[in-house]
Design a protein around this ligand. Structure first.
Ligand SMILES: Cc1ncc(COP(=O)(O)O)c(C=O)c1O
Length: 361
């Protein structure tokens, strides 16, 4: 039996979107692929609310994150981490010999504008990374306030991880001054894993051109040049099945409307927050809750894997806590094409399962 996924990616993909992946192949050096890529770029610009250049990568988002620290750090990177994925960005710096410092918040707390201001005041950093939406704790960082701080540091490049939020949350890339904004297909965009997207500003590319040792496969300059000079093509062979599905799914997303899509994600998250407050407790600071994934405290006095196994028998899969938060917390994702009715039905089943397990049924 397929379990309905309430995990923070990969998400369930609509059958009609999956079908598009079986479209017969076309060559990756053809006019048809350029037209497909151009259509995708124009639609992604609308979803990401940016005039920056769109780059696709036939890798998951981590590839573009690793490429970003190599390509855009000339002096030193300030990595702001609110959990596992911020920490991983720092590991990418050290693994690539990119000079970097890690600024960690307590688990469940955001990156504050004050933290960013203090770090930048040292004058040591020419690039910073922010996790807009941290999947391990369900924290949504205050991007507008952080952007305000950055307006005093116009030479600093801002790289943002929107892997688990773009397409669900309200993230106006240009208004927020984001130079490099990265997302993956398997989360709020509602596609299978295996492709990722970055929007990149011209000023970030100009800077990267002066930086040596950017790598090759994830070299933003190389990707950018190809997209510009070979109209909408890539240095290597892209995942053409993903591109067919993305082209179709972006039409669906734009038809729903960005505001309506955000409202739906907010409605889904509100249901989970209410359920969490009533039945256990929210793990993270309530002022900064993600609208795409919620991290809850496991106060039920039993391993979460037991609850998840019982939910599995009813056809639902939730997520245990991530890393050190395993079993202390669990996560419910509310992403992509999920409906309010589906969420209400899952929460009803969760109530029943917990009651049954507590009664030893
Ligand atoms: C916030 C965040 N950043 C980065 C990643 C890594 O993305 P990918 O698995 O697409 O490489 C994930 C994956 O779950 C994530 O949730």
């Amino acid at each position: 039996m397929h379990k309905r996924l309430f995990i923070p990616g990969p998400v369930d993909v609509l059958p009609e979107v999956l079908d598009k992946m079986t479209t017969p192949m076309i060559g990756h050096r053809t006019k048809d692929i350029s037209a497909l890529q151009e259509r995708i770029s124009e639609k992604l610009k609308r979803v990401m609310r940016t005039n920056n250049t769109i780059l696709l990568s036939s890798s998951s988002g981590s590839g573009l994150m690793e490429g970003a620290v190599r390509c855009f750090t000339q002096e030193r990177a300030a990595v702001f981490s609110v959990g596992a994925f911020g920490d991983r960005w720092y590991k990418m710096c050290t693994a690539n010999s990119v000079p970097a410092d890690l600024f960690r918040s307590d688990p469940g707390e955001p990156t504050t504008p004050e933290m960013v201001r203090q770090a930048l005041a040292t004058g040591k950093y020419d690039m910073i990374t922010i996790t807009q939406n941290e999947t391990s704790t369900g924290i949504r960082n205050p991007m507008r306030e952080i952007h305000e701080v950055l307006s005093d540091y116009p030479d600093v490049i801002l790289c943002v991880d929107a892997v688990s939020s773009m397409g669900g949350d309200d993230i106006p890339v240009d208004e927020l001054g984001i130079d490099v904004c990265i997302t993956s297909t398997q989360k709020c965009l509602g596609l299978p894993p295996g492709m990722s997207v970055a929007s990149v500003s011209d000023r970030a590319i100009k800077k990267a051109e002066r930086i040596p040792n950017r790598g090759l496969y994830f070299d933003y300059v190389e990707l950018y040049k190809f997209v510009k000079e070979k109209p909408y093509q890539y240095p290597s062979t892209p995942s053409i099945p993903h591109m067919f599905a993305l082209d179709y799914q972006l039409d669906r997303i734009l038809k729903e409307g960005l505001a309506a899509r955000y409202e739906r994600h907010l409605a889904l998250s509100s249901l989970v927050w209410e359920w969490g407050k009533k039945n256990c407790a929210l793990f993270s600071n309530p002022t900064y809750l993600s609208v795409t994934v919620t991290c809850l405290k496991n106060t039920f006095g039993m391993d979460f894997s037991k609850i998840n196994a019982a939910m599995g028998q009813r056809g639902f899969q939730l997520s245990n806590g991530y890393g050190a938060l395993k079993d202390i917390t669990f996560r419910i994702a509310h992403m992509a094409d999920m409906t309010v009715e589906e969420m209400k039905n899952m929460l009803k089943n969760l109530d029943e399962v917990i009651t049954e397990l507590k009664n030893g049924d």
